[in-house]
Design a protein around this ligand. Structure first.
Ligand code: ADP
Length: 294
């Protein structure tokens, strides 16, 4: 039995007594053998594909587990490094010479960058895992944004930039997972710093209209070419620009932003002018306040 040029098996006929087959009987038998060959070949191919799919699945599981373990294991020592670095910065461990202070700023900056990366890896594995549910609670988005802004301020200061924050006077209550929302806002802020060629000028505003909470992170950085905008929120997508060669990243930040925001029933959009800057806008539904019972 052949499938194309490949021998996939043998079909044998045994008779009690010797006999000759007529040519058309022989042709019929050859036809049956050819059909059996197709069936055997298809089955073997299916088996090979299943084997390959199982190997790929196992590899994917291992990759996810590795990312999860690696990010978990990095998180704890990083917290300690950042803790000691900020003690040094505050002067709690004694006076530091100016050169050491400058080195410390860079150390803090790089530790924050690593923290961002670790948080992104953790969130990515959690989202891909699907098992870890969102921890939804009623929260004031102003707190999430203020904390995120405080986290990014040292990076803005290091690049001699400015960050202007304008939040509504009344609470911006949403039903959300505070950790995931924080990672989303961190990502937008870090991008605003990263993709500004000179000192970053960032404006963050949060308000509420028509039953939606709106958060805008606007920068005056390098902007995003129109062709890149439709793919911006894809996993691992990065704008292919030789000028960006020295800007580090993995292309998962905006993917996570969209996953988180859409997981909260919201949407994220971008408006950008190359050379002038970008504005990312997140909209989330306002949480129904108080008991709705009559
Ligand atoms: P990463 O920052 O790790 O490259 P992201 O998913 O956060 O990944 O962003 C994807 C790409 O979108 C970036 O590589 C960059 O080219 C572009 N981008 C994101 N935010 C901005 C911004 N504020 N200004 C200009 N380009 C941006």
């Amino acid at each position: 039995m052949r499938a194309g040029q490949r021998l996939v098996g043998f079909a044998g006929l045994y008779y009690g007594r010797p006999r000759w087959l007529r040519p058309e009987q022989l042709r019929r038998l050859q036809l049956v053998a050819a059909q059996a060959a197709i069936a055997v070949d298809t089955r073997q191919a299916l088996g090979r594909e299943r084997g390959r799919a199982d190997v790929l699945l196992a590899q994917e599981r291992t990759r996810r587990e590795f990312m999860q373990i690696a990010s978990h294991e990095l998180r704890t020592p990083l917290t300690v490094i950042r803790g000691y670095a900020s003690l040094l910065e505050e002067g709690s461990l004694g006076e530091m010479p100016p050169a050491a202070q400058r080195a410390l700023h860079t150390l803090m900056d790089k530790a924050s960058e690593m923290r961002g990366q670790v948080e992104r890896m953790l969130l990515l594995t959690r989202l891909e895992d699907g098992a870890a549910a969102q921890q939804m609670t009623e929260l004031d988005l102003r707190t999430v944004v203020t904390d995120a802004v405080d986290r990014v301020r040292p990076q803005v200061a290091l690049k001699h930039g400015t960050l202007h924050l304008e939040l509504a006077a009344a609470p911006l209550t949403v039903l959300g997972d505070p950790e995931r929302l924080a990672t989303a806002v961190d990502n937008l802020l870090q991008n605003a710093v990263k993709f500004s060629a000179g000192p970053p000028e960032i404006e963050v505003s949060g308000d509420r209209a028509d039953g939606r909470v709106r958060l805008v992170v606007k920068d005056h950085g390098i902007g995003i070419p129109a062709v890149a905008r439709p793919r911006l929120f894809e996993k691992f997508y990065r704008v292919n620009d030789p000028e960006l060669n020295n800007v580090g990243g993995t292309g998962i930040g905006l993917y996570l932003v969209r996953q988180v925001v859409e997981g909260h029933g919201g949407r994220v959009e971008v408006d950008s002018q190359p050379g002038q800057g970008s504005a990312f806008e997140i909209e989330l539904p306002v949480a129904v306040e108080g008991p709705t019972r009559a």
